[in-house]
Design a protein around this ligand. Structure first.
Ligand code: NAP
Length: 329
């Protein structure tokens, strides 16, 4: 039996284009002792994929190499197994690849088959852990403070804002359309939302955060970054989770001034989710409880079809998704 996969054929120059991937047909492997074969059913599309195509060796993961299957996270079902820990029929989540079938790995987690895959990928895996760890461990939110989150209508940002509301903060979201802003305020309960593609952003943020900003959860970078940074209060915390607007740039945009960090006693800390695996159980139990209590909700942007993966990834960078971008095979 054969299956389809996408391999990297060249590194992108700037924006991702579909021609950097080659769709190939591969033969289903014959398993060796200890191996298991997973039929991937739902695959997550993540901005991190762009960083995995940056040719740098000092990041938290090596880049995907030319000729390798593109890396991803996904959910699937074990179809063949010579590994007693992963029997046939198990539902798993883990590092998969742009591939209809993947050889399983020991780091995969067996999941409750009654959980919708959208919930797993939106809450109970990397996205949920990123939002929880970044906000709670780095942002250290306190009741009554003000949080501003960029990429607010994305999968991480929408969760961060809701989690911060549940801690009693004033929450301001930054997103790329009026429709997304409306969703954040009317459906998710954000106190305010600002379309970063509109005018007078400085004044809009002052009005939305009249007491200044205590926690800045950064998902995107871009020109709005400087405005938020300038409105941080003393002892403000900046969670640098992602800098999406810069992933395509050969030379990253210059960051904020150390003078402000010094004079306002700010704390600026980067985040890589895989460094927080030890608190995954804590994160998922809090997220699960908030979901059950109706304090948080998740939205999945699900498309169907394996062959359009390159075009779908491009749509993610154009902001066509609200919530978690997932492709169903
Ligand atoms: N550090 C970690 O371990 C870790 C883990 C997971 C995610 N992340 C990072 O967290 C960030 C959010 O990830 P996510 O999974 O929530 O993403 P997502 O759900 O795919 O949302 C991404 C959203 O970002 C917005 N965007 C795209 N290009 C932009 C630009 N140039 N400027 C401003 N906004 C832009 C788009 O919405 P608009 O319409 O609003 O523009 C898009 O829908 C990313 O930077 C990602 O790399 C980091």
């Amino acid at each position: 039996m054969s299956y389809k996969a996408f391999k990297l054929s060249k590194y992108p120059q700037g924006n991702i284009t579909p021609d950097i991937f080659d769709m190939v047909t591969l033969a289903k492997p014959t398993l060796k002792e200890g191996e298991f074969l997973v039929k991937q059913t739902y695959m997550s599309l993540d901005p991190a994929m762009r960083t995995w195509l940056q040719q740098r060796e000092d990041s938290y993961l090596p880049p995907v190499r030319i000729g390798e299957v593109m890396r991803s996270y996904g959910v699937g079902i074990v179809e063949e197994s010579l590994n007693s820990k992963f029997p046939v029929g198990s539902h798993v989540v883990g590092v998969t690849g742009w591939s209809e079938y993947v050889l399983g790995n020991e780091e995969m987690n067996i999941i409750d088959p009654s959980l919708p895959p959208e919930a797993v990928l939106s809450l109970f895996y990397m996205t949920g852990l990123t939002a929880y760890a970044g906000l709670m461990k780095i942002g250290q939110p306190k009741k009554g403070e003000t949080l501003v989150v960029t990429g607010a209508a994305g999968s991480v940002g929408s969760l961060v804002g809701q989690l911060a509301k549940a801690q009693g903060l004033r929450v301001v979201g930054i997103a790329g359309s009026d429709e997304k802003c409306k969703w954040l305020v009317e459906e998710l309960g954000f106190d305010a939302a600002i379309n970063y593609k509109s005018d007078n952003l400085d004044a809009q943020l002052r009005a939305a955060a009249p007491n200044g900003v205590d926690v800045f959860y950064e998902n995107t970078g871009g020109p709005i970054q400087e405005i938020i940074f300038s409105q941080l209060n003393r002892f403000g915390r900046v969670v640098v989770c992602g800098v999406l607007a810069d992933y395509d740039n050969e030379v990253p945009t210059k960051g904020p001034s150390w003078v402000d960090i010094n004079l306002k006693s700010l704390r600026v800390q980067g985040l890589i989710v895989t460094d927080y695996q030890d608190i995954a159980d804590e994160a998922f139990s809090v997220l699960g409880a908030y979901l059950a209590e109706g304090k948080i909700q998740y939205k999945a942007h699900v498309t169907e079809g394996f062959e359009s993966l390159p075009e779908d990834l491009i749509k993610l960078f154009k902001g066509e998704n609200t919530g978690k971008f997932i492709v169903k095979f």
